[in-house]
Structures are given as structure tokens and as C-alpha cells.
Ligand binder design. Structure first.
Ligand SMILES: [Zn+2]
Length: 149
């Protein structure tokens, strides 16, 4: 591998595995990739991650930053096609104090939003909200990406 890689990092580990429901990578660009969040805030919660193991975007090269923007755009397009969200939250948490789950490897969240965030979510007994099964989300996102690209 010609990019910086760190053993024990979930993003670097995912990069080293075959794509599927185990590693949750839905799309690989040249310098970055789209991966499903294993613990989604809402159904369809994606992340765009540079291949390079760097703690913050300013350590990446321009080409990588440019590709990340293009994969964020692709993520919006695929989520619109599959889930028709009414809005999105997109952002990156830099550093532990900012709430970064994996602070050592930069990543950008794309969280689709709906009014009340109840669309495409099944509720049981009005109490618990259960998002769509992750495997099902993965298959739907990959199929829609194949149509878009
Ligand atoms: Zn890493």
C-alpha cells in the first residue's frame, strides 16, 4: 500500500478487507472511500474516509481533499435516490474533545434527515425506534451506486 496505514484502525482495517457486509465499504475512489457507519444515527448514515491514516483534513493532499468532496456529493446523490431524505447533516469531528469516535483517522459523516426522523424506520410499541437492518442498507446503497456511476 502506498498510503499511510495503521494497524488496529477500523478504517485502515476495512480498507485491507474485501468489500461486503463485513467491511461495509460501498465505494472505493482512488484516494478515499464511502463506508456505512456501523452504528448509524439514522438509516443511511454514510462516511467518506481518506485512504491515508491522518488525524485531520489539513494533513491530506489537495487531490485527496478534492476527491472527498466529490464522494460527499456522490453520497448525497445515492441517499436521495434510495431514501429520499428531506435534509442532510454533513461534517467532520476533529479531535477527541470534538467528539471524534476515531480521532486518528479523519472521516466525514453524511447523515440523512427526515422531519421527525421517523421515515423508513419501523417502530414497535411507540417506544423503540429500530433503523433498517445494516445488511439491507448496504445492499440498497451498493445497487443504487452501481446505477449512478
Ligand atoms: Zn486508519
Amino acid at each position: 500500500m502506498n498510503h499511510e496505514h495503521k494497524d488496529g484502525c477500523i478504517f485502515c482495517d476495512a480498507l485491507g478487507r474485501a468489500d461486503g457486509v463485513e467491511n461495509l465499504i460501498a465505494y472505493r475512489g482512488k484516494l478515499s472511500f464511502i463506508i456505512l457507519n456501523r452504528y448509524p444515527y439514522t438509516t443511511g448514515h454514510l462516511m467518506v474516509v481518506p485512504n491515508d491514516h491522518k488525524p485531520s483534513m489539513e494533513y491530506l493532499d489537495d487531490e485527496t481533499r478534492t476527491e472527498i468532496m466529490s464522494l460527499l456529493n456522490l453520497s448525497i446523490k445515492v441517499l436521495r435516490a434510495v431514501y429520499a431524505p428531506e435534509g442532510f447533516n454533513i461534517g467532520t469531528n476533529i479531535g477527541d474533545v470534538a467528539g471524534a469516535g476515531i480521532a486518528s483517522h479523519s472521516h466525514f459523516h453524511i447523515v440523512p434527515r427526515w422531519g421527525g426522523d421517523t421515515n423508513f424506520i419501523t417502530t414497535t410499541g411507540n417506544a423503540r425506534v429500530i433503523p433498517e437492518d445494516l445488511d439491507q442498507t448496504y445492499v440498497r446503497i451498493c445497487k443504487a451506486l452501481a446505477d449512478l456511476i
